[in-house]
Design a protein around this ligand. Structure first.
Ligand code: ZN
Length: 476
């Protein structure tokens, strides 16, 4: 405790932890400087409804007191409460990379739509009890209004956030546009450097550049810890495994149904399928991405080739259409989506939501889980108590739209797609940094995850490693 003092006063500079403190959602951290209050991320807390509502409406300070928001990436658990922040008085600038800004435009509007539908659903239920109407957390319109505060900043370009303070976005390799945020305070030799990882990605992931390596040397580190206690499968095996699932299913005359998150995972799967066709690993067959959000997100991926790694850039230069071109049909129209039910020849459907809790994937599961020739291919994390988790656990029956269906289709689980660094990635990234750190703060993890990260940093030579609780603040 020699260099960091835990306090609840008004010293500067200091860090205040609000969201993603001993949990994985609602990321928000504050940096208090003498003349400015800087927020890092403003994510939506996603949990049980009543807990979520309270948490998302309560900011650690009145939003109008926050001068600037530094946004690491577009995932909703990092960006999803920005419309609420603006609605409640934030009038500063949201700095983000160009790709993050573009993704936020579609993702925040989608989130606003979900909030509106959620409120409408509960109001319908409450109407029977004559309870007061509830307002959506924010609306599509609020999401659009929030976008007026965004300012694009390219990677590796320092920009001023206060007098004698700059920030720089450096590649995080997690999703399109994702960045670690480097904050530098002071001048010349008297500087304090802070690195906030946002969500750190992995090496050798499809499409995206690798995370920055080595990371810059800093005095303080704020790091996520989502998979600090896990070792992932190799991402480069995923294309072959996916091709195997497709070939086996086609041989049986079946269909491949892939529940997938719209942003990131869908584009990875599409890219691998296109590559597999080009390399002759699979024969061309009808492939559909059935989701308006996935379709919009893919358009944004196409707009930002500056975020691609060399392999994706080369493939793009040679072949164009790395997300499908003529090989994959993207569907937004409901009628076209429904028409897929009547297709009998083998085909692939990629649809959201990722955890099978809502969206068009439910229709495709309902129509296909009872046929043993079909495959459900799981490419993402399925949280407890979701339909997706019941599929992973290969339950005998699945409840879809209130009816039970026997699960006869094969369930294939591909575990290598995670976009988060694992224990080995963290060890590689932090070993050079740790001995020089004055302190590290472990966020975005729950249960054993932050403790595993604390151990990684301790063993790499950093003594002062803290796992802040919500509301904790530290003088730097
Ligand atoms: Zn993320």
């Amino acid at each position: 405790m020699s260099t960091i003092k835990k306090l609840f006063g008004s010293h500067t500079p200091s860090l205040i932890f609000h969201g993603a403190a001993q949990t994985v959602t609602g990321s928000m951290h504050l940096l208090k400087l003498e003349d400015k209050l800087i927020a890092m991320d403003c994510g939506l807390f996603q949990g049980r409804r009543h807990e979520g509502l309270g948490h998302n409406k309560n900011f650690p300070v009145p939003p109008k007191e926050i001068d600037t928001l530094l946004l690491s990436h577009a995932h909703i658990d990092h960006s999803g409460n920005i419309p609420q922040l603006v609605k409640r008085g934030f009038d500063g600038t949201v700095f983000a990379t160009p790709a993050t800004s573009d993704l936020c435009e579609v993702m925040l509007a989608d989130s606003g739509h979900i909030q509106e539908e959620d409120a409408a659903y509960w109001n319908k239920k409450r109407a029977k009890t004559k309870a007061d109407e509830i307002e959506p957390l924010y609306t599509v319109e609020d999401a659009h209004a929030a976008m007026a505060h965004f300012q694009h900043i390219p990677y590796d370009q320092p920009f001023a956030i206060a007098e004698n303070a700059t920030a720089t976005f450096i590649e995080a390799g997690h999703i399109l546009g994702s960045a670690c945020v480097l904050v530098e305070l002071g001048k010349n030799s008297d500087t304090t450097r802070i690195l906030y990882t946002g969500d750190l990605g992995r090496f050798d992931m499809p499409i995206l550049r690798d995370p920055t390596d080595p990371l810059p040397e800093v005095d303080y580190l704020i790091t996520e810890s989502t998979y600090a206690n896990r070792i992932h499968h190799n991402p480069t095996d995923m294309k072959n495994q996916l091709a195997d699932v497709v070939n086996q299913t086609v041989e049986r005359g079946g269909k491949v149904i892939i529940p997938s998150f719209s942003v990131g995972r869908t584009q990875n799967v599409a890219y691998y399928l296109v590559q597999a066709i080009h390399e002759g690993l699979i024969e061309p067959l009808p492939i559909f991405v059935d989701s308006p959000l996935s379709t919009n997100a893919t358009e944004i991926f196409k707009k930002h080739p500056e975020c691609y790694d060399t392999e994706a850039s080369d493939f793009w230069m040679e072949e164009g259409g790395i997300f499908g071109g003529k090989l994959i049909k993207y569907i937004t129209d409901v009628k076209e989506s429904k028409a897929l039910n009547f297709m009998t020849e083998p085909h692939i459907i990629i649809a959201s939501s990722g955890m099978c809790e809502a969206g068009r994937i439910l229709h495709h599961l309902k129509n296909n889980v009872t046929d043993e020739n079909n495959s459900i291919c799981v490419v993402g994390f399925m949280a407890q108590h979701t339909l997706g988790r019941r599929i992973v656990e290969r339950k005998m029956e699945l409840k879809i739209f209130g009816r039970l269906y026997p699960l006869l289709a094969r369930v294939e689980i591909l575990n290598g797609f995670s976009a988060h660094a694992d224990a080995n990635d963290f060890i590689k990234a932090f070993t050079p940094l740790a001995p020089k750190l004055k302190g590290a703060f472990v966020v975005h993890g729950e249960g054993p995850q932050p403790i595993a990260m604390q151990k990684i940093l301790n063993e790499a030579g950093c003594e002062n490693v803290y796992i802040p609780a919500q509301g904790d603040s530290f003088e730097l």
